[in-house]
Write a protein that binds this ligand. Structure first.
Ligand code: GLN
Length: 532
């Protein structure tokens, strides 16, 4: 194939219309036809990356294999495409300005006045084209965060306008809007879509395809009305109706012909219609489980499930493999007490203690681990969850009174979780954790080896603290074993209690690597045991 093609996805009327899922679904359909596709997210906020954002602000921070802290939409891209994304796949306004200002300080602009147009827009365009320029991808899909009309989105919209002009038929714009349903009159309304497209036109962009989010089927009349008012042909009006699972959206988009329309417009071959056999099998299992099992997810952001997006999706994937529906019982760690412990966990078949930072809710998490350990409930601790398992074991089995992590108590007499050596000189918070992919060697006689069926694995990390190896011998003598280590740094990556049916704490984040076509072995086995 000759030139890389660029597809831009913008949104209008309101946020949360599912631009990320529509982008990922389109990418999936194009990938199934044999094209190499990647997706990029441009975020219009001034944070350099979402790593320093509180999950209440923006949901989970997703970590790529090369250690970028990114928007949670990148998780969807990987789960749909089964393809790793990287640093280049998520760019924020903060990052753009940072590069431009660094260049200005170096004198690279040769005395010119540095302005939004052309300097900021050039940097945005450079970042978009970077993914295509390596020749690795036939198609680059760029999702513009925010909503058309936001002040913050303007430089991005302007960059898309310029690129569309420069690239001609090698670029196209898909605009997502909402068609609201007025219950009182029983009508679907197209006016917000018309206005939103008008706003794009004011910015010099004629969208090529419109994807209309709706609660009810769009009639032929509605479709032709939108086509007529918004200067697009009828095949370019795509319905995106609410569905019970996001994993149905690619099938829906295929039915609507989104991929065919995109390929026609980009003048690419559109034979070999995707069969999506494995995908359909997965959706089928998902919708027809043998039974439902309940897993308790203990965390401090449980009012906001987006904070644990990848964990939730990993359970969906692993549930489908095991033919069960995993119902998550969201348990707020601050609400767990000694006296409500039994009742809190009465119906759950497994307990997951979530990743996290800071001291809030810690004692509740320790109680949750204690309950799992003493009652032999299948347990998975992720990152902070693994550290909590270590603290609980230290306090209640090794009798190390007030054992803690240095993160929560600087003066603990027993720092069983300590600050990593290389972290000691770091003061900046942004992008300075132990991030991304590291190797781990598994002990053969372990639950994790059983899950992975191999000795050498690689998983993604996001932490500053680690198991303190000075205590390792005591832990192992008492029955908590390090079953995964990084051979280079000697960091403990996995702790298990072999006497329990399934008690596993991992310092890394398996949830970032679970995809529809490759569900994560740790989640699969956790659910398998919980199902019994
Ligand atoms: N706060 C812990 C650390 O920094 C755990 C981080 C996490 O759960 N992602 O080590």
């Amino acid at each position: 194939m000759s030139n890389t093609k660029y597809v831009f996805v913008t949104g209008g009327v309101t946020s949360s219309l599912g631009k990320g899922i529509v982008s990922a679904s389109l990418a999936k359909l194009l990938q199934e036809r044999g094209y190499s596709v990647t997706i990029q997210k441009l975020d219009p906020y001034i944070n350099v990356d979402p790593g320093t954002l509180n999950p209440y602000e923006h949901g989970e921070c997703y970590v790529t294999h090369d250690g970028a802290e990114t928007d949670l939409d990148l998780g969807h891209y990987e789960r749909f495409l089964n393809h790793e994304t990287s640093q280049a796949n998520n760019v924020t306004t903060g990052r753009i300005y940072q590069s431009v200002i660094e260049k200005e300080r170096k004198g690279d602009y040769l005395g010119k006045t540095v302005q939004i147009i052309p300097h900021i827009t050039d940097e945005i365009k450079r970042r978009i084209k970077l993914l295509g320029s390596k020749g690795k991808f036939d198609i680059v899909i760029t999702e513009i965060g925010g909503t058309v009309g936001d002040i913050e989105s303007l430089p991005y919209i302007e960059s898309v306008r310029q690129l569309k002009w420069e690239l001609g038929t090698d670029a196209l714009v898909i605009h997502l809007t909402l068609v609201p349903y007025l219950a009182a009159s029983g009508e679907l309304k197209t006016k917000p879509t018309q206005h939103s497209v008008k706003m794009l036109l004011e910015n010099g962009i004629q969208p090529d395809i419109l994807v209309l989010r709706t609660e009810h089927t769009l009639t032929g009349d509605i479709r032709s009305k939108v086509a007529r008012f918004c200067n697009v042909d009828l095949t370019s009006v795509i319905e995106s109706i609410d569905v019970s699972t996001i994993y149905e959206v690619p099938l829906l988009m295929q039915k609507e012909g989104l991929d065919t329309t995109v390929l026609n417009k980009l003048k690419l071959k559109n034979d070999n219609t995707p069969k999506l056999i494995k995908w359909k099998e997965f959706v089928d299992r998902l919708k027809n489980p043998e039974k439902t099992i309940e897993i308790g997810l203990v965390g401090k952001y449980v009012e906001l499930p987006d904070a644990y997006k990848s964990i939730v999706e990993s359970f969906i994937h692993a549930g489908a493999v095991n033919n069960v529906k995993v119902k998550i019982n969201w348990i707020h760690s601050e609400k767990i007490t000694e006296s409500n412990l039994k009742e809190t966990f009465a119906t759950v078949k497994g307990i997951l203690v979530a990743p996290g930072f800071g001291h809030r809710g810690i004692e509740g998490k320790i109680l949750a681990v204690k309950y799992a350990r003493e009652n032999n409930v299948p347990f998975l601790g992720i990152c902070l969850g693994m550290q909590i398992a270590v603290i609980e074991f230290a306090r209640n089995v090794l009798n190390l009174k007030d054992a803690h992590s240095i993160e929560m108590n600087r003066n603990t007499p027993h720092p069983v979780i300590d600050l990593m050596e290389e972290q000691k000189k770091i003061s900046d918070l942004g992008g300075t954790m132990r991030l991304g992919k590291y190797a781990c060697k598994l002990k053969k006689d372990s639950k994790v080896y059983e899950a992975y069926q191999k000795e050498n694995i690689e998983e993604r990390h996001r932490h500053r603290y680690e198991f303190n190896n000075e205590y390792l011998e005591d832990f192992e003598k008492a029955g908590m074993i390090a079953t995964g280590m990084n051979s280079e740094s000697n960091l403990v990556e996995i702790m298990e209690i072999p006497n329990n049916d399934w008690f596993v704490g991992v310092q890394f984040h398996p949830e970032y690597r679970s995809t529809v076509l490759a569900p994560h072995p740790i989640f699969i086995d956790f659910i398998k045991v919980a199902k019994k």
